[in-house]
Design a binder for this molecule. Structure first.
Ligand code: NAG
Ligand code: NAG
Ligand code: NAG
Length: 366
């Protein structure tokens, strides 16, 4: 771009070149310092891995999922539009990290997503006849394979540099909590208290975090559990459409232990930094005060059938609302794109106590 001759030669740059520098600076500040985003987690951030798992019904690559996604496409996202992984990618200035199982690259130099709908910390969570998912341990296995390829391609020092600047986003635990309250699981877990269960979850997560650290991960975005007991699926089970407070209490318990675990990890390692997003109070406030956020419907799902549209998941046989922007929930467990946008805004640029010890923007700047 050439400076216009009508501008005094003393000025640092012309309007157009200044604009160029300004945009370049913003791009640098906002995005260029993150080479890659690695996403690990469940359906809240699955961008299509489950499409590639054969013999499983745990998929969302059919209508009316994706009705508000560019092109109205059902991509495998459990959402009406873009999900939290897409929105975070946009903030960071990188394209959405593509599904690892898509094999669209062997190195995924700008990141990849291992996230898989239905998954949890326990290998057994979400698995069953016709139900298959990538547990978080399995996702870390896949990352281990990818990291070895990166070392081969970039060299040990190159891979170390690349990974130390990358973001590792971890969104997991909801399905493990759902599983604890699942009647089919109740007998098996009869003697496991909520405290013990949550302790086991955290112990598995801690082991996986240490594994990620040993492979070079240094910057983590840890997403806490939301008010799971207030999802339409749980209100459906209540005569009065109330939240399941036992489930909510387990989510809070998990979040408290996750916070302590991360603080411990940081003091152990001395070379990690992280953002912890306390999803619970943020989502709960949206549900309690929907109009404050521009929502009209806090209880019912947009897509489904039956009471609160929470009797079934969103399939072509279900009905869906015309006014998705009014709804907090897309289906009986997943938020709408509108809700995800609010949540990711807090992750990216929010303040304590909702994001601690720093937000994602500050984490990136380190
Ligand atoms: C991806 O590669 C793996 C290993 O080579 C193979 O088993 C799998 O079928 C491939 N998946 C796709 C979607 O091409
Ligand atoms: C869970 O699966 C991973 C492999 O994906 C395996 O390494 C680990 O041992 C399994 N954990 C348990 C408790 O079976
Ligand atoms: C990043 O983490 C290290 C220890 O892991 C700590 O010494 C440092 O203060 C952290 N940076 C910020 C900005 O918190």
């Amino acid at each position: 771009m050439m400076a216009s001759s009508s501008i005094s030669s003393k000025s640092f740059c012309s309007l157009s070149t200044c604009l160029f520098f300004f945009i370049a600076l913003i791009a640098f500040v906002e995005g260029q310092s993150v080479p890659a985003v690695y996403v690990l987690g469940d359906s809240l951030v699955d961008v299509g891995n489950n499409n590639y798992i054969d013999g499983s019904l745990l998929k969302a690559n059919y209508p009316y999922n994706g009705i508000d996604y560019p092109g109205g496409k059902s991509t495998g996202r459990f959402c009406n539009g873009k999900n939290a992984a897409d929105i975070l990618g946009e903030k960071v200035g990188l394209p959405t990290s593509p599904p690892y199982l898509s094999n669209t690259s062997s190195l995924f130099l700008k990141g990849t997503s291992f996230a898989s709908g239905g998954s949890g910390l326990f290998n057994s969570t979400g698995q069953g006849f016709l139900f298959k998912t990538l547990s978080l341990p399995k996702q870390v296995d896949y990352f281990t394979t990818l990291q070895a390829r990166l070392v081969q391609h970039l060299g040990a020092a190159g891979a170390e540099q690349h990974l130390s600047k990358s973001l590792f986003v971890v969104v997991i635990g909801s399905n493990d909590v759902f599983a604890y309250f699942d009647n089919n699981n109740k007998n098996k877990l009869k003697n496991v208290t909520p405290d013990q269960y949550v302790d086991e979850m955290i112990a598995i997560l801690q082991g996986l975090m240490k594994q990620l650290h040993s492979l070079g991960a240094r910057k983590f975005v840890m997403v806490g559990l939301g008010s799971l007991g207030c999802t339409p699926a749980q209100r459906f089970k209540s005569n009065t459409e109330d939240c399941n407070s036992d489930m909510n209490n387990m989510a809070i318990k998990y979040n408290n232990k996750l916070t302590a675990m991360m603080a411990g990890l940081q003091s152990n390692f001395n070379d990690i930094n992280y953002t912890y997003f306390d999803t619970y109070p943020v989502l709960y406030d949206i549900i309690q005060n929907p109009t404050k956020y521009g929502f009209k419907e806090a209880k019912a799902a947009c897509c489904g059938l039956g009471k609160l549209n929470a009797g079934v998941f969103c399939t072509p046989l279900a009905i869906f609302c015309p006014n998705r922007k009014d709804h907090i929930f897309w289906d009986k467990v997943h938020p709408t794109q509108e809700t995800d946008t609010i949540l990711v805004n807090v992750i990216y640029s929010g303040s304590p106590p909702y994001v601690t010890p720093m937000n994602a923007q500050q984490l990136i700047a380190l």
